[in-house]
Design a protein around this ligand. Structure first.
Ligand code: HEM
Length: 491
């Protein structure tokens, strides 16, 4: 090839590629604007490239530069914050992002306009609260809240989980170094098996744990039911879980559901105002969806609390002081906190809220528009996904000064209305929020009384997808405080 010909082709490629990219970039957005032109006004924003939309940009912020607020902040800067609602295209769906207290509230509190749509209802449980809508959702939720989020159940759970927590802490100290994320997940899972279905750690519970991990991975995966995919594996795990819990339930029915004081029995026994009980499918699906909703989220919140305290000696000192005071008040009556004791632990409660705020374990939640919905002059078209960007509230300096700093004292004053949505909001607000807080409080109590820990890699990078987590799983040196009066906080 002649030099001139070569230069001609080179120039063509050099010019054509950017031109094509610009055409595609504008083409996708123009297509959507033209489609709705005249009938409705889309929120400000951009639909990105055809098919991939802005997914790559989101992954860039979350996975490559590890600035999870960068994606939404760029939108706020470019399109303004007046309405805090932006059109986009993510993970194959045209979507609208919402990120202000008012816009989030509008979406979360309009169940007639915005519903839940799972890629596979079978995975979350066809008869589970997470999949139900309308009157059926309210009915199932009533049963679940009565079984896990009421003082009577929390009292029972508080007593049931502490022996395993104290034994786990001792074994961590024996080992000297641990990966906190792994250890906390193990103890949290074992406690869930005990309190939900009275199963002690065994080869079967180890399998159940693997199956749950498979289901959780599938909920986040592309829903292709093809052998070899995470989604296919998740469906298989889900069926195995259903079979195990169904067998357990049938055994209990045969034995007239006696001698078990756990969540499954509670769900089997509870009656609504008309005297109706849950069906077997509803009990089994509720158990699975509660473990999926409550296991990783609680374990992650505990891991972050431990991580932040390792970096905040002043907060840890105050936490120890309060918990030592609490233990003295108990005056040797018990080594275990009661649920009623936890209500007195004001500083510990602030540590719990601050850890959950800053960790942003559920950074976003999803809805789908059931119909065209108007909000402040803009329309969210029917069928579009709505991404409620909870994280953006918790890292906004207008609501939480110096938002990325762990500061439990900021909870001396309550959060401004609508700015604290770690558990979501509206009729689907987390059904296990009190249980999550209780488990954190219990773990912090026993840690503060007897242990010291230090991060091995305090500057380890943080992964934000699929869940926020230090890349080393919060590896730490962990030891029991000595019995000499200089170390033992109880002396
Ligand atoms: C720190 C820990 C936790 C966090 C951050 C958390 C967060 C959330 C959020 C944001 C939602 C709302 C989802 C939506 O609106 O789409 C939710 C719902 C839910 N959570 Fe949690 N959760 C936690 C712990 C738990 C626990 C311990 C349980 C129970 C064992 C639980 C059970 C549920 C259930 C059943 C729902 C669905 C409620 C409904 O649809 O009515 N969660 N959670």
């Amino acid at each position: 090839m002649q030099v001139a010909e070569w230069a001609w082709w080179f120039g063509l490629v050099l010019g054509a590629v950017p031109l094509l990219a610009v055409a595609l970039w504008h083409g996708a957005d123009s297509y959507y604007r033209a489609r709705f032109h005249g009938s409705l006004k889309l929120p400000p924003g951009h639909m990105g490239f055809p098919l991939v939309g802005e997914t790559l940009s989101l992954l860039w912020y979350f996975k490559v530069v590890r600035r999870p607020d960068g994606f939404i902040d760029a939108k706020k800067t470019r399109y303004g914050e007046e309405v805090c609602m932006y059109r986009t295209h993510l993970f194959g769906s045209p979507s609208v992002l919402v990120c202000s207290p008012a816009a989030n509230k509008f979406v979360l509190q309009s169940p007639d306009s915005f519903g839940i749509r799972w890629p596979s209802p079978e995975l979350v449980g066809v008869a589970s609260v997470s999949n139900a809508e309308g009157a059926q959702h309210a009915r199932l939720r009533g049963f679940i809240v009565a079984a896990i989020n009421q003082p009577s159940s929390l009292r029972r759970i508080a007593q049931a989980v502490q022996p395993r927590v104290t034994a786990a802490l001792l074994s961590w100290a024996d080992r000297g170094t641990i990966t906190a994320a792994t250890e906390i997940r193990t103890v949290t899972f074992d406690n869930i098996c005990e309190t939900f279905v009275s199963m002690k750690p065994s080869p079967l519970t180890a399998k159940i744990r693997q199956w749950f991990a498979g289901v959780v991975a599938g909920v986040r995966a592309t829903p292709w039911d093809i052998p070899g995919t995470a989604f296919h594996r998740a469906l298989k795990c889900r069926r195995k879980l259903t079979a195990v819990f169904r067998t357990e339930l049938q055994t209990r029915r045969k034995n007239n559901n006696v001698a078990k004081d756990d969540l499954m029995s509670g769900l089997m026994r509870t009656e609504d105002e008309q005297g109706n009980k849950l069906s077997d499918d509803e009990v089994v699906d509720s158990i699975v969806s509660l473990v999926v909703g409550g296991y990783e989220s609680t374990a992650s919140a505990i891991m972050w609390a431990v991580y932040y305290l390792a970096k905040s000696p002043d907060a840890l000192a105050k936490l120890r002081e309060e918990n030592v005071g609490m233990r003295r008040e108990m005056n040797g009556a018990s080594n275990f906190l009661s649920f009623d004791d936890t209500a007195k632990m004001k500083y510990t409660a602030k540590v719990v809220e601050e850890a959950i705020r800053l960790a942003n374990i559920a950074p976003t939640i999803f809805r789908v528009a059931h119909k065209d919905v108007e909000y402040r002059g803009y329309t969210i078209p029917k069928g579009w996904k709505v991404v409620v960007w909870l994280r953006s509230l918790h890292t906004d300096a207008r609501y939480y000064p110096d938002p990325l700093t762990f500061n439990p004292d900021r909870w001396d004053k309550p959060a401004k209305p609508g700015t604290y949505q770690v558990f979501g909001g509206g009729h689907r607000i987390c059904a296990g929020n009190m249980l999550a807080r209780l488990q954190l409080t219990i773990m912090l109590h026993h840690l503060a009384l007897g242990y010291q820990w230090k991060l091995l890699n305090p500057d380890a990078a943080i992964d934000y997808l699929p869940h926020p987590r230090p890349v080393d799983g919060a590896a730490m040196a962990f030891r029991k405080l000595g019995t000499s009066s200089s170390e033992d906080p109880l002396k």
